[in-house]
Write a protein that binds this ligand. Structure first.
Ligand code: ADP
Ligand code: MG
Length: 703
């Protein structure tokens, strides 16, 4: 059982216009920031703080510090004429005498009479022999008071994200008013046992302290409390989703692994230990009475496809069907090719389905799926469109794709037990993200590459050395190897800066006509028809084309072991994850492979430099992913942004990993103890829960 706080909900959902100082103009500006209610206002946490808890005398301007001091008004002077007439306030604190230039603030003459004591905050500079400030904040102190005032300018002040025309001061006043008038309505939402165990501040206090910290230590506590709360609700949603999947057991689906063994006997190599473990974990999930939701994570080239095929064999042996979905037609065809080579000889009935299958071919194919005459179907998202009906789909494999809406539809349209779900990704997911975005998925990881691979040699080259790179690649071509050339743009006129950048179309012509006239060159990019892309890819796979010029369409999954060179031009324009994926296209055979990152100094940013450096220093996908996370921040990591981003307001799963682990432990313990746990229904929590669905509703919808 849980507490519910209708009071919190009702009172704090009052419009901000109820607050003093929030007229219709201010309310309009707040609306632009997405702030409508008092709760919205209180939950818009500061992005930074301006610490004025310590006094800084005027004389400290010399070392560039911002003054924060108590001063005395010595005199008023004016300069300029007419509308330009400007007030000059002469002031003094214990350290120095200075001048305040009051542009557009003539009223200060009356407000701050000679002899007044003021609290003064500003940035001073030496100008015309005077210590001057024109950007300053000032507040009159009570006559005779020497004490630190509880004034607006004192203490650690919040700095809010703003919109045009809204001042920090206005927002600060409003938040203060909201805390004073409504603070009493904020009650604790977390169970008191958890608050005690994790040493969290009461919600009301945490809110007060996050906006107007009374000390640095209190700010830290407040932040920790609010971060915990946010992550706790997030994990609660994850825990409930996991629990829901276990609600209705299904009949056991035993497979003795006979088909698996038959395939393994025919392979010229053995599974790597990591592949072996992944296969075992998947088999165990599939034999359990609850549907599997597992993520198979392994760096490019680690051999995930084979693991997926082995899982499919289990589903087929138990009497059902399996489907493998790839994000592009290119990849789907490649998987279908592998499956045909490996599985047809052991009697598996295969089919291929994509949006491009001709109309005439469709009805018999769909009929075969429905009748169960197909064991394994491979294709694009067309596999899960409404017209496709399976006789008994038991396993759905999704490669390199994080859009799960299709699966949800599949689950809804079906009767009977939901299929097992295996997702595969080459994006190594740092532990923190695995716990949040993928928090309810089981995880299998392939860390080691199949044996016999030589590490790829990576070189950086400035663009004026591109000729040397081309010459090196020529030697590899002469030895019979193949090469990729990748560019950031498809053709000219694609962006305003296109003129400065090499593009795939122009470079394909140049490489064919001038650089490698004696080798066959092909071109693929996303604007070509699928049919043409396929013909070009097939020719490259068969080795008829020696050079493939491309955009990042070949980033994911393409497997041509004879390709030994990856040349990325304008490498500074690519993200770290993309560069890593591109490099993963080579080094798949037993030959020594090379990756050339050709960069232009012109477009090279600090981040760009950091990315190239990371590529040079490590080949390990996990290290690269951590580095990527560091350079870009968690919100943008490939997997997460595709999965519908993790929009947290105060928590940062990387920085707050320790809190995350605690929150997860508590949330799961709570759900385990009471699967029907009532979650409080106030606005804040509802919003957090709504955000906590990283995949839309699937894979929950499956469970
Ligand atoms: P990815 O994990 O990037 O999808 P793939 O499944 O495409 O990798 O595998 C990359 C290559 O490694 C393929 O050519 C595959 O045949 C080969 N491979 C997979 N497993 C092994 C193994 N255990 N030993 C040797 N080669 C393997
Ligand atoms: Mg793959």
């Amino acid at each position: 059982m849980w507490y519910r706080h209708p009071v919190f909900l009702r009172e704090l959902s009052h419009s901000v216009t109820q607050l003093k100082g929030a007229g219709s103009q201010v309310a309009g500006k707040l609306a632009r920031l997405g702030i409508f209610s008092v709760a919205d206002l209180l939950l818009r946490y500061p992005r930074d703080y301006d610490d004025r808890s310590a006094f800084v005398p005027i004389s400290a301007y010399a070392r560039g510090a911002r003054t924060h001091t108590i001063a005395l008004v010595l005199g008023h002077e004016w300069f300029g004429y007419g509308r330009m007439r400007t007030l000059k306030l002469r002031v003094r604190d214990e350290s120095a005498e200075a001048v305040l230039i009051c542009f557009n603030r003539p009223f200060l003459e009356k407000q701050l009479p000679v002899g007044a004591r003021i609290l003064l905050s500003g940035k001073f500079q030496l100008r015309y022999g005077e210590i001057q400030a024109s950007a300053f904040e000032v507040e009159l102190l009570n006559e005779g008071s020497l004490e630190r005032p509880a004034a607006l300018l004192a203490g650690i002040l919040p700095v809010y994200p703003l919109t045009d025309g809204l001042k920090q001061g206005t927002l600060r006043k409003l938040v203060r008013a909201a805390l004073t008038e409504y603070g009493a309505h904020v009650e604790d939402e977390l169970p008191s046992a958890i608050m005690a165990r994790r040493d969290l501040l009461p919600k009301c206090e945490a809110l007060c302290e996050i906006h107007f910290p009374t000390s640095a230590a209190q700010l830290t506590s407040a932040r920790r409390s609010l971060v915990y709360e946010e992550l706790f609700y997030f994990q609660l949603a994850v825990a409930r989703r996991a629990a829901r999947r276990r609600e209705s057991p299904r009949p056991a689906r035993a497979s003795a692994g006979l088909l698996r063994r038959r395939l393994l006997e025919r392979l010229p190599y053995a599974l790597t230990p990591d592949q072996e473990r992944s296969v075992a974990e998947i088999a165990q999930d599939m034999a359990s009475p609850y549907p599997m939701a597992r993520l198979l994570q392994g760096d490019v080239g680690s051999g995930k496809t084979l693991v997926a095929l082995l899982a499919c064999l289990d589903a087929i042996e138990s009497g059902g069907q399996a489907a493998i979905m790839a994000p592009t037609e290119l990849l789907a065809r490649q998987h279908a090719g592998v499956a045909a080579r490996l599985l047809e000889p052991i009697g598996i009935r295969l089919a291929f389905l994509s949006g491009n299958i001709e109309d005439a071919a469709r009805p018999p194919l769909l009929a075969a799926l429905k009748k169960g005459e197909v064991d394994l179907v491979l294709g694009t998202h067309a596999l899960f469109s409404d017209e496709v009906v399976y006789r008994d789909l038991r396993l759905a494999v999704i490669d390199e794709q994080h859009r799960f809406g299709v699966l949800q539809r599949l689950a809804l349209g079906r009767k009977g037990p939901p299929p097992d779900l295996l997702m595969m990704t080459a994006t190594p997911i740092p532990r923190t993200l695995a716990l949040t975005v993928y928090g309810d998925l089981a995880l299998s990881v392939i860390r080691t590459q199949p044996p016999g691979r030589k590490p790829i040699i990576t070189h950086l080259a400035r663009d004026d050395n591109a000729g040397k790179v081309y010459a090196f690649v020529r030697r590899l071509l002469a030895e019979g190897r193949q090469a990729y050339f990748v560019y950031p743009l498809i053709g000219e006129g694609e962006s305003e800066r296109a003129a400065e950048l090499k593009n795939a179309e122009a470079m394909a012509r140049r490489l064919k006509d001038e650089v490698y006239p004696d080798y066959a060159v092909g071109l693929v990019h996303s604007r070509l028809k699928d049919e043409e892309k396929r013909r070009t890819m097939d020719a490259f796979v068969r080795g008829e084309l020696k050079i493939l010029v491309a955009t990042s369409v070949i980033e994911v999954g393409v497997d041509v072991p004879n390709a030994a060179a990856m040349v990325v031009e304008h490498a500074e324009r690519f993200g770290l994850a993309a560069l890593h994926q591109l490099r993963g296209r080579v080094g798949r055979g037993t030959e020594q492979s090379y990756c050339f990152l050709v960069y232009s100094e012109k477009g090279l940013t600090e981040d760009g430099k950091a990315r190239l450096k990371a590529m040079l220093e490590t080949a390990d996908g996990f290290t690269i992913a951590e580095e990527d996370l560091r350079i870009r921040g968690p919100g943008e990591l490939a997997g997460t942004s595709q999965a519908g981003a993790l929009r947290l307001t105060i928590a940062d799963p990387v920085r707050d990993q320790a809190i995350l682990e605690n929150a997860r432990e508590d949330a799961f313990a709570l759900v385990t103890a009471d699967p029907n746990l009532l979650v409080p229904e106030n606005t804040v929590i509802r919003e957090v829960l709504a955000r906590a669905k990283p995949f839309g509703d699937a894979p929950v919808g499956l469970g």
